[in-house]
Design a protein around this ligand. Structure first.
Ligand code: NAP
Length: 259
């Protein structure tokens, strides 16, 4: 009997894998037999996730990488991969911004652009270079913010719309190389990213805002990082071989049931 979603022998890069959703993705891929190469701004976070995976019998490595820096990404991919070619790339690293058209500054937009747009471009370019001979699977983490108008998410929504559009371009450009490229659009998922922006944007009211944000998902709660990891696993595995250029919402009904 063949095990479904088996990634034995595959090499996966997960950016921002030292925290939150990325941590769950790196762990899930390793549980299915992949070697998870965790690339993160914080080497400490990446190392702690790699150690945790290894302690549970999986294979993982931690490498420092600033996705916003083109040369740094090229160097980090080359160092992390060594003689291996890349099979799976998950573009997960991202940052948040709370602001609207009245108060977002050009500097705010530049900061989000550097990580959420240029960062994804940088890792896509390094990733497809390594994958183009043998093929592979790419999953970009977009957001529900790419699909509907949310209050106070101007720069962030702009960046996630770009991730969605880049997914389509890369899927098209890579059809002849056996590289599939898809994106997912999570609703709110409870991670340090959410706790961080609540503390920054709503100091003193974090608990109430957490409840309010939980209820905006029709299912009545935020997502769990492991639930995102399982969808990414499907899109990285051979079982999804007929899927490319698609975006999947994973949002407790946010995009479809909020009537
Ligand atoms: P998180 O807990 O803050 O994790 C993001 C990771 O990315 C952190 O380890 C962070 O490192 C790393 N990172 C930030 N800038 C980087 C850079 N320049 N180079 C390399 N790594 C960098 O966030 P999360 O909630 O897991 O979010 C992960 C992804 O899901 C993001 O793209 C986010 O936009 C998306 N998303 C999240 C939600 C949600 O509700 N949580 C919903 C939809 C989409 P440091 O900690 O060192 O900064």
């Amino acid at each position: 009997m063949k095990n479904k979603f088996d990634l034995t022998g595959k090499t996966a890069i997960v950016t921002g894998g030292g925290s939150g959703i990325g941590r769950a993705i790196a762990t899930t891929l390793a549980e299915q037999g992949a070697t998870s190469l965790i690339l993160d701004l914080s080497l400490e976070g990446a190392q702690s996730v790699a150690k945790e995976i290894e302690a549970n019998g999986g294979k993982a490595e931690a490498h420092p990488c600033d996705v916003s820096d083109h040369e740094n990404v090229k160097g980090a991919f080359s160092k992390a991969l060594g003689n291996r070619s890349l099979d799976i790339l998950v573009n997960n690293a991202g940052i948040a911004h709370v602001g609207n058209i009245f108060n977002t500054t050009p500097e705010d937009l530049d900061r989000i652009y550097q990580v959420n747009i240029k960062g994804v471009f940088n890792t896509l370019q390094a990733g497809v270079e390594s994958m183009k001979a043998k093929g592979g699977a790419i999953v970009n983490i977009s957001s529900i913010a790419a699909h509907v108008g949310l209050s106070d998410r101007l720069a962030y929504s702009t960046s996630k719309g770009a991730v969605h559009a880049m997914t389509l371009s890369v899927a098209k450009d890579c059809l002849g190389h056996g590289i599939r490229c898809n994106s997912i659009s999570p609703g709110r998922v409870h991670t340090p990213f959410v706790d961080g922006f609540l503390a920054k944007a709503y100091p003193g009211n974090e608990k109430e805002m957490f409840e309010t944000l939980s209820k905006t998902q029709p299912i009545g709660r935020m997502g769990k990082p492991d639930e995102i990891g399982d969808l990414v696993l499907y899109l990285c595995a051979d079982e999804s071989s007929f899927i490319t250029g698609s975006d999947f919402s994973i949002d407790g009904g946010f995009l479809t049931l909020n009537t």
